[in-house]
Each structure stands twice: as C-alpha cells, then as structure tokens.
Design a binder for this molecule. Structure first.
Ligand code: BTN
Length: 257
C-alpha cells in the first residue's frame, strides 16, 4: 500500500498538498479530469496503488499492478501557450528524478521515458479546451519502480528502476522527488525561450536529432531523419520529399546517423 503520511513527510512541493488516494481505481487520469471539472485547485494529485484501466497513449492500456509502481495524475491550469511544453516538462521531471538515483533516461518523442532502450515510464497529458480557452490539463504519470515481472508482451520492451539497479526504492520518496522537479520546471515553463527549452529536451533525447526513424501514424508509416523540435513541439522529420513536422505517432525504429 502507498503510504500517504510517509509521502507527506517527504514532500517539498506545493503540488500534492491536496491528494486523493485509491487502493484501486480505473484510471487516475479519469478521476483527476472529474475533479478538474468540479474546480479543484491546481496541483491536486490523484494516486492509486493499482489501476484496472490505466490509460496509455494510442488507446493502449497501462500495465498497473498493485504495490510496486507509481500511477498518479496532476491537475494543471496552465496558460494555453504553454501546452506544447507540458509533455516535455513531465518527461524532464522524470528524467531528473531518475538521474538522482543514478539512472540515465532517454526521452523518446513524444513522451516515453527509456532506460537502456526499454520503457520505464510513460506520460499521458489530456486537456479540455472550450472556445479556444484551456479549461484544464491532466498530466498522468506511470513509472515502473519495484516491478520485477512484466506480462509476456511487455517483457522485451519494459523495465523498472529495480530491474535496472538491483535495489528497491521508496515510492513515497520518488513521488516527492518527481513533484519537486515537476513543480520547479512548471513554475519556469514560460520563462525560457523556446529555442533553449527545446535544446534542453534534445540533450535528454538520443532520438530528436540525426536519427533515422520510422514513424507509425494511423494509416501510414513515415521514414526520415529527425531534425529536432519545431516551435509547437512537433518532431521535424527530414524525408525524401522535404521536411515534415510530426505531431502524432510512434517512433518505431532508430539508427544513429
Ligand atoms: C503511455 O502510453 O506511455 C502513457 C502512459 C500513462 C500512464 C499513466 S498511469 C497514471 C495515469 N493514469 C492513467 O490512466 N494513465 C496515466
């Protein structure tokens, strides 16, 4: 069971002072969305020990067994102009936290976090927009911490902090560290010029520049060389037919040029 008092003792961020804990829930993102619609304060956290229908990108389900990992969502009310930075801020917060534990993370566009080419964490940002105004955003994080087993279909592609280091971690301390990193980055989200922000993201990603990739989109596969991020957070892909900016899809293969 996730120990809320132990987490609160370690928490240094304002985010997380309002927290909803579930032993099991369908999806922390779904519940956070509901709270956001009811007007909860920014920084409200929903956390679950396990999820029965954890939402992943592309309608995938996020594997969410009890007692081992972190599944949580943060309610945010950013300015709409910051929205393109939000997924990267989430990824950087996780990467910084992993670094404190000696783990070097690679951010795979758009928002997978990899260690040694295996996925350790995923981020799902969901938004509600009305008449060009952003009502709220929910940033959902799944981080594999102490899991040592995965279902067959994930075995070759997923990893955890324990599998990478051979040690166990306190989920409460890791959540406190992520929230501190996230809040610090989020507070400065508008301060850094885009070009510097994009460079910071590129430093943490071996995929974003000079990589030969296949990008799987609904109904087509694109082939090209990555050329960094455009000002909307899209991936610039140099193809035979010129440069394209990609805003959705999965990077399927990668070879450093
Ligand atoms: C991905 O597919 O990589 C994104 C996975 C995001 C999973 C997290 S777990 C906590 C939060 N609640 C959800 O339903 N999904 C996110």
């Amino acid at each position: 069971m996730f120990d809320i008092p132990a987490f609160q003792k370690r928490r240094q961020s304002k985010f997380g002072s309002e927290i909803y804990y579930f032993h099991e829930i369908d999806s922390t993102n779904a519940f956070a969305e509901q709270l956001a619609r009811e007007g909860c304060p920014e920084g409200t956290i929903v956390i679950a020990d396990s999820q029965s229908a954890g939402r992943g990108r592309n309608k995938n389900q996020w594997h969410s067994p009890p007692s081992v990992n972190l599944y949580f969502s943060i309610v945010l009310r950013p300015d709409i102009s910051c929205l393109n930075r939000l997924p990267f801020v989430c990824g950087l917060a996780i990467a910084n936290t992993l670094k404190q534990q000696g783990l070097l993370a690679d951010l795979k566009w758009p928002n997978d976090i990899l260690i040694n080419n295996k996925k350790i964490s995923g981020v799902l940002v969901q938004t509600a927009v009305e008449e060009n105004a952003l009502l709220f955003a929910v940033a959902g994080f799944g981080l594999n911490i102490n899991a040592t087993e995965f279902p067959f279909d994930l075995q070759s592609s997923a990893t955890s902090m324990t599998l990478e280091t051979g040690t166990m971690f306190s989920r409460e301390s890791i959540l406190a560290a992520i929230l501190f990193e996230f809040e610090t980055l989020y507070q400065g989200i508008t301060l850094t010029p885009w070009i510097e922000f994009a460079r910071e993201v590129e430093i943490h990603s071996s995929y974003l520049n000079g990589c030969e990739v296949l990008i799987q989109q609904e109904g087509r596969v694109l082939h090209g060389i990555t050329r960094g991020l455009d000002a909307q957070g899209g991936l610039i892909l140099e193809t035979e037919n010129g440069n394209l900016a990609i805003y959705s899809g999965d990077v399927q293969a990668c070879r450093k040029k």
